[in-house]
Structure formats: C-alpha cells, structure tokens
Design a protein around this ligand. Structure first.
Ligand SMILES: C[S@@+](CC[C@H](N)C(=O)[O-])C[C@H]1O[C@@H](n2cnc3c(N)ncnc32)[C@H](O)[C@@H]1O
Length: 216
C-alpha cells in the first residue's frame, strides 16, 4: 500500500483541518451508526469489479467488503484518515493503493480508467459549490460505460424524523462537516456525461443510494 500527496482545493482546507482532528475520534463517534452501515457496505460493494476508485475512503470501512478481483485506488483529502484506512486495508481481499487526493481535483488519477467509482458519505460532507467539480472528475476518470454508486444521507420528509435529524445537525456539521441538505442528486442530474440509472433509499427516506454510468 502507498500514500502519496496531491493538490487540495483552497475551499477544502478547513474541511481537511477538521478531519485531521476528527480522525482521532472518528471510529468511536461513528460506531453506533457503523453497526448498521457495515451491513449495507457488503451489499453495495458485492457486484463491484475491476478497476475501482473510491472517493473519500475515510478510515477504510469499505475496504474489506470489496471482492478479491478488484484493483482499488482509494483517495481522501485527510492523511490522518488515510493512515487509519491503511491499517484497515490489511484485512482486505483486493489490491489497494491509497492516496491523499482531493476528489474535486484528482491530480494523480488517470482519465477513462475506472470500471467503477464508489463513494459513501462523501457528498453529504462536500460543500454544494464544489460538487460539480467532483462530478467533472467522476466523468473524467470513469471509462465510457463505467459505473458509479454513491451512498448519501438526506433530510426525511417525515416530520418527526426530520425533527430528530435537525437536533443532530449542529453536531454532525461541527464534527464531520456533513449536512442533510446537500443537493447531490440534482448536481448529478445536470451532468451531461453521467446517466443516473437508479436512486433509492436503503433505509427510511434518509439513506440515499445513487447509481449510474458514464455515457459512451
Ligand atoms: C463522513 S467521512 C466518510 C468516510 C467513508 N467513506 C465511510 O463511508 O465511512 C467523509 C470522508 O470524505 C473525506 N473528504 C471530504 N471531502 C473530500 C474531498 N474533496 N476529496 C477527498 N476526500 C474528501 C473526508 O476527509 C472523510 O474522510
């Protein structure tokens, strides 16, 4: 496994600094949620094959769920998170190359190369004004016909559930930089090169999976 340094968009410096601190507590803080996420991770990754890019790899929670015939590059803006992912990656079945890269730039990532682009809980962290830049990179790095699958969280339409989410908003934004009101689906719908093939909730109307492919 390798770790290399890439360029970071200036508007991501604050988020990067936040995660350099959050990384120390991330797995403990996330544990109550991770108990359910881990079941979804294996479901979401079981059909992923070939050359795969995971954007926002975090502490590497997805790594052990990739099938053995995957060649994975995992990127994250935060080196402290990558350090944790490297440890977790030792239990993985597939080849892994972890890099410090900003998903809005992807300096070292080749074009037209990937069969799959995966990210879980990246775009709910990424400011809306940067998401079109990341989507441009998704378009660039996927092969024609290459597929993507994102897992994000959004506000529920159920008023009781939404009130509970609103109570958590301050905490999750302070600690994770995450928000429930990012417009990832709309940004993807505006892409001329990516086609959404499915968007469904994996739990309640909160945990949203968005799937699609790069047009030829
Ligand atoms: C909420 S964590 C999710 C981590 C992991 N994907 C998971 O499912 O547990 C979000 C991760 O995205 C990373 N991140 C945020 N913005 C990024 C960007 N522009 N490029 C790459 N990584 C980014 C953060 O450093 C953090 O590790």
């Amino acid at each position: 496994m390798t770790a290399s340094l890439g360029a970071i968009h200036e508007d991501n410096r604050l988020l990067q600094a936040k995660y350099n601190i959050t990384a120390w507590f991330y797995d403990i803080l996330d544990y109550p949620w991770e108990r359910q996420y881990r079941h979804w991770r294996s479901v979401l990754l079981k059909d992923v094959r070939g050359e795969v890019l995971e954007a926002g790899v975090g502490s590497g929670r997805n790594l052990r769920h990739y099938p053995s015939d995957v060649n994975l590059i995992g990127i994250d803006i935060c080196l402290e998170m990558i350090t944790r992912a490297m440890k977790r990656g030792k239990a993985a079945l597939c080849n892994i190359d972890l890099r410090q890269e900003d998903a809005t730039i992807m300096q070292s990532i080749p074009s037209n190369h990937f069969d799959w682009l995966v990210s879980t809980f990246l775009c709910c962290v990424m400011p809306d004004h940067l998401q079109p830049l990341a989507i441009n990179q998704f378009e660039r790095v996927l092969k024609p016909g290459g597929r993507f699958r994102l897992l994000e969280m959004v506000y529920s339409k159920n008023s009781r559930l939404r009130r509970r989410q609103e109570l958590l908003t301050g905490f999750i934004e302070k600690v994770y930089g995450a928000r429930f009101d990012r417009n990832t689906l709309s940004h993807l719908e505006r892409s001329e090169k990516l086609q959404i093939t499915d968007a469904y909730f994996i739990k309640k109307d909160v945990y949203l999976v968005i799937e699609g492919q790069r047009k030829d």
